[in-house]
Design a protein around this ligand. Structure first.
Ligand code: WT7
Length: 655
């Protein structure tokens, strides 16, 4: 089990915040209704989800099979039903909500643009027709590499509309990461923009796209380019097409392609503990159901809400809670393109005020960063429309929770701490705001229809009132990943292998207290969580060793006040260990190198050069020791089994 930093602070937390009566009165779920849902799910797990799927989604062909477990752990839900995700997100609302705003957009420079459901529908249809005109159809992969602008959601919807599978690559990833993901998906089309606005700069998306395509990506036939910043970019007229030229002329109607429920809606690459990032494959029907229900249950989403999830669409949170979940519910979403501190530290709160945001969902790292900037910023703005706050991405430390509660929530608003993963598709463990009392630092209890347990090393389910171990899911759920794109063996091995295909293994360790509340402690594998971004230590190590001066590298996470974790790299060079100015120069170069190989988010915060890594006699790197060293802890572990105990002092920076 991984040693854990938050263990102490969370286990001494005893405060409880029950839902406020005013909230309960209007809530979609109070404790009675929640209890009824739990009872229904406990009585008939599959039937519970099947009933919701029938009631909450629009089907072109109704399903008769709810769950096919004949190929377990490759589960299939609602198999013989047909539907379309875009029809569910748009067409379904046209009669009742055609003139309702679907997207309120604010760019970093301050430009505004709204789309009603009718306008969004028309624009999605035009874009879908443009994609068709490029020869893109059902099952083809389309990579989207865009800034946080409405066209990113339009591109997703357009793909879904024609049954093409989108794979979004976060705009912060480098050309080389983009290339790997395009090649992994075998994409036919790339949708990008000339650039995006972020922190007062232009993110050079088209430039990175051109670099990626120059290195390979032979399956790409066309590149659709949105003009966002208007600055000069390279343009290859044989391959590139401007969005405004290709889309505007298309008809505003496009019949949805009715796909099987299991048809892949999208791929999303995420990091694991081994190898290259894997393409997590999500389905259409099951995924959409998870995104839809969790919006209703956890966010209490209603017709008059303005829902702001600050995540980029390049992450799963942006898929489920910017794009699919809220739109499937006919809600109004807010999209903001840029950084939280431009032009000043009040930007997020100003947006909340000006757009009348009612639900605000963000990450602990953002909360901590905003908290550090001081209470005066939020106090300058009218946040009275807010009615619910949410957190996702990593365990929220009680201090940040209390600040969110007091300064933003004025001690009145519920906070939903939501645990889930790229692989789970939708929120799995979170408080139901009108029913479940919150405890700062705990994501509380599983949602109805989500069967979570704690198991020990041997895979035994722990039933004690105070249990600590691996977090597993014991029953299939509709929004679960279906496979790893192109590598089903990896899917089975990674998520099911540890306990003989009996449980889905999340890769997190957890503690469950006497009230049945879950306290997520963190990853048990070599996956880092830096500012809510998931990074594999091995990926960063491979990036480092691809530099000609590096012979070997070991990367560990170190607790960080704002980012949660920061990247700490131990590097062994070819030739002499650099010291002084040479070490500084190489550090800078290696940081840039990792930025080019993966993206700026993976740049090590600290690099320490040594002559060797601490290895056992069988050649295994002692990562636990490296983690202690990175933290600056006194080394109390037994290092006598090391092949080279003398190296420890040098690694600790003492020589
Ligand atoms: C990992 C998944 C889907 C959410 C965005 C990140 C950690 C996520 C919480 C939370 C404690 C959390 C876990 C998980 N995590 N939410 N509320 N409390 N830990 O998705 O990149 O797939 O990362 O993020 O360690 O395994 P992701």
């Amino acid at each position: 089990m991984a040693d854990n930093k938050n263990l102490q602070s969370v286990l001494t937390e005893t405060r409880v915040f029950p839902p406020q009566p005013g909230f309960i009165e209007k809530a979609r779920l109070n404790s009675d209704r929640l209890a009824a849902l739990h009872a229904a799910a406990a009585a008939d797990h599959v039937g519970f989800w099947a009933d919701l799927a029938k009631k909450e989604l629009g089907w072109q062909t109704p399903f008769t099979t709810a769950l096919d477990d004949s190929q377990a752990p490759n589960y299939a839900w609602f198999t013989d039903g047909k539907l379309n995700a875009s029809a569910n997100c748009l067409d379904r609302h046209l009669d009742a909500r055609g003139d309702k705003i679907a997207i309120r957009f604010e760019g970093e420079p301050g430009d505004l643009k709204n789309y009603t459901y009718r306008e969004l529908h028309a624009e999605v249809c035009r874009t879908a027709n443009a994609l068709k005109s490029f020869g893109v159809g059902k099952g083809d992969r389309v990579v989207i590499y865009m800034p946080m602008v409405p066209e990113a959601v339009i591109a997703m919807q357009a793909c879904a509309r024609i049954g093409a599978i989108h794979s979004i690559v976060f705009g912060g990833f480098s050309s080389s990461s983009l290339k790997d993901r395009i090649e992994g998906a075998g994409a036919k089309l790339l949708i990008t923009a000339d650039g995006g606005h972020r922190a007062g700069h232009i993110v050079e998306l088209k430039k990175a796209a051109d670099e990626a395509l120059a290195q390979g990506c032979d399956t790409i036939e066309k590149v659709l380019v949105l003009k966002r910043t208007g600055h000069d970019v390279g343009f290859d007229a044989t391959r590139d097409v401007w969005w405004h030229e290709a889309v505007a002329a298309q008809p505003a109607r496009c019949e949805p392609e009715w796909v099987e429920s299991e048809h892949p809606l999208f791929l999303l690459y995420t990091s694991g503990s081994t190898g290259k990032p894997k393409g997590i494959q999500h389905s259409t029907g099951g995924y959409l159901l998870g995104a839809t229900m969790s919006c209703q249950w956890v966010f209490d989403l209603r017709d008059d809400d303005v829902f702001w999830c600050t995540a980029d669409v390049g992450w799963i949170t942006g898929h489920s809670y910017v794009a699919y979940g809220p739109l499937a519910n006919g809600a109004t979403i807010l999209m903001y393109e840029g950084a939280p501190t431009v032009p000043d530290a009040g930007r997020f709160w100003k947006i909340c005020q000006e757009h009348g945001v009612t639900i605000f969902y963000t990450a602990p790292t953002a909360i901590r960063a905003l908290m550090k900037l001081g209470d005066d910023w939020p106090k300058q703005y009218d946040l009275s429309k807010l009615r619910l706050l949410g957190s996702v991405g990593e365990p929220i430390n009680p201090e940040a929770w209390m600040w969110f509660h007091t300064v933003i929530g004025k001690e009145k608003l519920p906070i939903v701490d939501t645990w889930w993963q790229t692989e789970t598709g939708a929120i799995m463990i979170a408080p139901i705001p009108g029913a479940v009392p919150a405890k700062p630092g705990s994501c509380t209890k599983p949602l109805p229809g989500i069967a979570v347990e704690v198991v020990d090393e041997a895979g035994e389910i722990l039933t004690s009132p105070d249990a600590g171990g691996y977090l597993v899911v014991t029953k299939p759920w509709p929004s679960m990943l279906r496979t790893v794109w192109g590598d089903n063996e990896r899917y089975i091995k990674t998520y099911w292998g540890q306990f003989n295909n009996k449980y889905y293994v999340a890769g997190d360790s957890t503690h469950r207290d006497a009230d049945g509340y879950y306290w997520i402690l963190g990853r048990v594998d070599d996956v880092l969580n830096v500012s809510g971004h998931r990074l594999g230590t091995m990926e960063i190590e491979s990036a480092l060793v691809s530099h000609p001066q590096v012979a070997e590298a070991a990367v560990v996470g170190r607790p960080h006040e704002v980012k949660g974790e920061s990247v700490f790299a131990f590097v062994i060079c070819r030739g002499d260990r650099p010291i002084g100015a040479a070490a500084e120069k190489l550090t800078k170069e290696l940081r840039e190198h990792v930025g080019r190989e993966i993206g700026a988010l993976a740049k090590p915060d600290e690099i320490r050069f040594a002559d060797n890594l601490p290895k056992t006699r069988s050649g295994k790197i002692m990562r636990r020791l490296l983690r202690s060293i990175a933290k600056g802890e006194e080394i109390t572990q037994d290092i006598s089994t090391l092949e080279n105990p003398g190296i420890v002092a040098q690694l600790a920076g003492k020589e």
